[in-house]
Design a protein around this ligand. Structure first.
Ligand code: NAP
Ligand code: ZN
Ligand code: ZN
Length: 347
């Protein structure tokens, strides 16, 4: 029998999110039903709820940083059992057969992975995310949360954590590598923690000096304000890897000038407007401009295990559901230290 879960719902790009319900199917043979305990507020939730990106189908229940406990399993589930601590990230299914799925890069499924929200599942029904009290997901798209991380600190790892871990690993950040993180928000602060844990020399490039003490406390060695033009003089040609987490328009050329020979700037932030940049910024010093999208299931599990062993979780402010709309405004004002996480018991 389907069940009704409590939820917080966006009904239009302009209306505040409001309490509601969402129907959850009975778990299929290979599915688990998860009692959601905590859900992180990712900036992508705000982009979606507010219609910044194309094709949002309202009403929508967003949320893709989900941590909870298995409360029911289908007859053929082998990976998880009742009571297991588990997580769900940005996608809940993919074709499983294309070259990218077979390579464990399900987020790049050639048929199109099924997003945790604002997508259509195999059952033909719209997917609804983590701003709710339960969710039903195929066991192959569920992650195990190791005992070493509390569920509220683990939730943001399911998007922010993997979105930073993946490019840091793929572009070989580590000892002897100079890594810069632009923007110290939800993604950025996890980038600092993970890059420091894998031994890179980490620099934060933030709009102001307000977060300097925090950044150094999280493992950054250096911190510069991008509002100070001297930053771009002092750091010219300095970095092997720059990861940009900013969702607003930035001057890409200015940041490319901070890359050393063969350095790479990876875009993970997703502004709604197109970026522009000069060819010369890349031609000079043979630089690379790249992008990165979350990470596959295998790498996400690797990241969770890594974070548990290294004692890494997100810095969170746990809020009740009634504060979600206020939290959105604070995220938009860069006033989050460093991830809001909703207590699902309050939906
Ligand atoms: P967030 O918590 O709002 O952090 C973004 C940070 O960017 C802010 O804290 C701020 O840091 C900086 N910033 C904000 N406005 C700025 C401006 N006008 N100019 C320069 N810097 C500015 O957001 P998030 O949840 O980390 O997400 C960041 C972006 O990544 C969003 O666009 C989101 O949709 C996208 N995203 C992408 C992926 C992916 O797979 N590629 C996954 C998740 C999210 P400072 O105060 O330090 O400057
Ligand atoms: Zn996200
Ligand atoms: Zn596929």
């Amino acid at each position: 029998m389907p069940t009704l879960a409590k939820a917080y719902v966006a009904t239009s790009p302009t209306a505040p999110l409001q309490p509601g319900t969402v129907e959850r199917r009975e778990p299929g043979e290979f599915e688990v039903q998860i009692a959601i305990k905590f859900t992180g507020i990712c900036h992508s939730d705000i982009h979606t709820a507010r219609g910044d990106w194309a094709s949002v189908k309202y009403p929508v229940v967003v949320g893709h940083e989900i941590a909870g406990v298995v409360e029911a399993v289908g007859a053929k589930v082998t990976r998880y059992a009742m009571g297991d601590r588990v997580g769900v990230g940005c996608f809940v299914d993919s074709c499983r057969d294309c070259v990218n799925c077979r390579a464990g890069e399900e987020q790049h499924c050639l048929v199109g992975s099924v997003s945790t929200y604002n997508s259509v599942g195999r059952d033909g029904l719209p997917t609804a995310g983590g701003y709710s009290t339960s969710i039903v997901v195929d066991e192959n798209y569920v992650l195990g949360i190791p005992d070493g991380i509390s569920l509220h600190a683990a939730a943001p790892l399911l998007c922010a954590g993997i979105t930073m871990y993946s490019p840091l690993r793929n572009w070989n950040a580590g000892p002897g590598k100079r890594v810069a993180i632009i923007g110290m928000g939800g993604l950025g602060h996890m980038g600092v923690k993970i890059a420091a844990a894998i031994g890179a020399e980490v620099t934060v490039l933030s709009q102001s000096l307000k977060k300097q003490e925090d950044a150094l406390g999280l493992g950054a060695q250096h911190y510069y304000a991008t509002s100070d033009p001297a930053t771009f003089v002092v750091l010219a040609g300095h970095f092997d890897l720059i990861i940009n987490t900013v969702s607003a328009d930035i001057d890409v050329d200015q940041y490319l000038s901070l890359l050393a020979l063969d350095g790479t700037m990876v875009l993970v932030g997703l502004p709604s407007k197109p970026l522009s940049q000069r060819a010369w910024s890349l031609v000079a010093s043979r630089r690379n401009l790249a992008g990165s999208k979350m990470g596959g299931i295998r790498q996400t599990q690797e990241m969770l295990n890594f974070c548990a062993v290294r004692g890494l979780g997100a810095e969170v402010e746990v809020i009740p559901a009634s504060k979600i709309n206020d939290a959105y405004e604070r995220v938009l004002a860069s006033d989050v230290r460093y991830r809001f996480v909703v207590d699902a018991g309050t939906f």
